[in-house]
Design a protein around this ligand. Structure first.
Ligand code: EPU
Length: 417
C-alpha cells in the first residue's frame, strides 16, 4: 500500500509554484465535449481526478492528448455512451457529464458521482434545473437518465448557491433555445473560468461571478484555447504550511483576490505575509493569536481550507473555533490530530482549539482530500516520523505534492509498504 512518510521539523524555503485549479479543470474538461472541434486547455494539474476524467472522455470516444500541463481534447468522435458506476464513482465531477452530454445529445445517462465522503452531497438542485430546462429525469437505482426533446431557456432560482449546480446548468443551457436566467448562483472564481471557456467556444454567457447568470443559447460551439486559473485552495494550503515552518517561502502563480477571506484571517492571527501581484512570501512565527472561523460560500472563508487552517490554529495562544457550514462531515481527521497531540474538541459542526500544542509523529490515515493535506502539515511540524495511509485522497487533488515539498526542503516521501 502506498503511504506518505514525513520526518517533521525541517524548515521549508524556496519557491512553490501553484498549479491549475482542480475544481476548475474538472469542469473545463467535460465542458470541452460541447465543442465541435479541438479544445486546448493549459495549466491542467497533474492529479488523479484528471486521470479519472480522461478515462471517462476516452470511454465516450474522445481523443485526448496531454503534454505536461497542456491537454488537447478532440470531441468530434464522442458517442453518448452511458457512464457506468465503476467510472462515475471515481470522482465528484463526473456529474458534469450530465450537463455536457444533455446539451450535446439531448440525453445523458450517468451514474451517481463519487468524491470525498464529507457529507451526503445530494444533486437535487442540478436535477431540478435540468427539469426547468425541459428535461425529464429518471432515476433507476443510482443511474440517472436525463433527456429532453428540446432544451428551452428558463428562469431558474437555485435553492442553494451550489458550485456544481451552477456549472452543470451553464453547461446544459448553453445550447438551449432562448434565454436562461439563473439566479442565486455560486460566485466562485471557478464559475468565471468555466464561463470564459464556454464563451471562447462561442457561447453567450454574461454575469458569471455575480449572483445572476444570463445565457443566450447558441446552435454550435467551436474549439478554442483556454487556461485554467491557479488553484486557490492549493495556494492556501501551502500558505498555512508556510506560516508554521516557512523561511521566506514564496508561493507563486496565485491570484491574491481569490484568497481575500483566507489572507485576512492569516493577517488577523499575526502571520508574517508579504503579498505581491501573483505571489506571497511567508516566514513562520512561534505563536499566533486565536480567531474564529466560520466557513461560507465564496467570497467567505472556504470550507476547503478550514482543515489546513485548523493546524495553524493549534499554534495560537488562546482558544480558537472553527465552524463548518457547508459539509457535515469535515472533522473526521480530528481524532488523528488529537492522537498527535493537538488539543481540539468537536461539538456538532464546530471545533474548539484550546491552546498551543506540540505534535508527535504517528501512523495516521487521510480521511478526505483536504484533511489529508492538513495531516501532511501536521506531520511536517511534528517531532519524529509520521506515516499517512489512504493517500489516494490527497493525490486526487494536489499536483506533485511530494516533489513540490521536497524541493523546498521538507523531508517527505512516497513509500510502498
Ligand atoms: N447541495 C445540495 N443539493 C445540490 C447541490 C448541493 O443540497 O444539488 C448542498 C451540498 O450538500 C452542500 C452545499 O449545497 O452542503 C454546497 O455544495 P456545492 O454543490 O457547492 O458543492 P460541490 O459542487 O459538490 C464544490 C467543490 C468542493 C467544495 C464545494 C464548496 C468541486 C468538484 N467540488 O463541490 O470541493 O467544497 O464546491 O465550495 O468543485 C474539495 O475540493 O475538496 C471539495 C470538496
Amino acid at each position: 500500500m502506498r503511504k506518505i512518510k514525513i520526518e517533521g521539523r525541517f524548515p521549508v524555503t524556496g519557491t512553490i509554484r501553484i498549479s491549475g485549479a482542480k475544481n476548475s479543470s474538472v469542469a473545463l474538461v467535460p465542458a470541452a465535449l460541447l465543442a465541435d472541434d479541438n479544445v486546448i486547455l493549459d495549466n491542467i494539474p497533474d492529479i488523479s481526478d484528471i486521470e479519472a476524467l480522461c478515462e471517462i472522455l476516452e470511454f465516450l470516444g474522445a481523443e485526448v492528448t496531454r503534454k505536461q500541463s497542456v491537454m488537447e481534447i478532440h470531441p468530434a468522435t464522442v458517442k453518448n455512451n452511458p457512464i457506468p458506476e465503476e467510472i462515475s464513482s471515481k470522482l465528484r465531477a463526473s456529474y458534469y457529464f450530465m450537463g455536457a452530454l444533455l446539451a450535446k445529445f439531448k440525453k445523458a445517462i450517468v451514474c451517481f458521482p463519487g468524491g470525498c465522503g464529507i457529507g451526503a452531497r445530494p444533486i437535487d438542485i442540478h436535477l431540478k434545473g435540468f427539469e426547468a430546462l425541459g428535461a425529464t429525469v429518471t432515476v433507476d437505482d443510482n443511474k440517472y437518465t436525463i433527456e429532453a426533446q428540446e432544451l428551452r431557456g428558463a428562469n431558474i432560482y437555485l435553492d442553494i448557491a451550489s458550485v456544481g449546480a451552477t456549472i452543470n446548468l451553464m453547461l446544459a443551457a448553453v445550447k438551449a433555445t432562448g434565454t436562461t436566467v439563473i439566479e442565486n448562483v455560486s460566485l466562485e472564481p471557478e464559475i468565471v473560468n468555466v464561463a470564459t471557456l464556454l464563451n471562447k467556444m462561442g457561447a453567450k454567457i454574461s454575469g458569471a461571478g455575480t449572483g445572476r447568470i444570463v445565457i443566450t443559447g447558441v446552435e454550435q460551439l467551436h474549439g478554442c484555447f483556454a487556461e485554467v486559473i491557479p488553484d486557490r485552495i492549493e495556494a492556501g494550503t501551502y500558505m498555512a504550511l508556510a506560516a508554521l515552518c516557512g523561511e521566506n517561502l514564496r508561493i507563486e502563480n496565485i491570484i491574491p483576490e481569490h484568497l481575500e477571506s483566507f489572507i485576512s484571517k492569516l493577517q488577523e492571527i499575526g502571520v508574517n505575509i508579504k503579498i505581491g501581484t501573483d505571489y506571497a512570501i511567508i516566514t513562520k512565527k512561534e505563536k499566533y493569536k486565536p480567531t474564529e472561523i466560520i466557513t461560507a460560500l465564496y467570497p467567505g472563508f472556504p470550507t476547503d481550507l478550514q482543515q489546513p487552517f485548523t493546524i495553524l490554529l493549534t499554534q495560537s495562544t488562546g482558544k480558537s473555533t472553527v465552524t463548518e457550514t457547508i459539509w457535515e462531515n469535515r472533522f473526521m481527521h480530528i481524532p488523528y490530530l488529537v492522537e498527535m497531540g493537538a488539543r481540539i474538541t468537536v461539538k456538532d459542526q464546530s471545533v474548539a482549539i484550546i491552546e498551543p500544542s506540540t505534535f508527535e509523529g504517528k501512523d495516521i490515515e487521510a480521511t478526505d482530500l483536504r484533511a489529508g493535506a492538513a495531516m501532511i502539515i501536521a506531520g511536517l511540524i511534528a517531532k519524529g516520523t509520521t506515516t499517512i495511509s489512504n493517500i489516494e485522497h490527497i493525490l486526487r487533488g494536489y499536483s506533485n505534492i511530494i516533489e513540490k515539498l521536497t524541493n523546498v526542503g521538507a523531508h517527505i516521501s512516497l513509500i510502498d509498504e
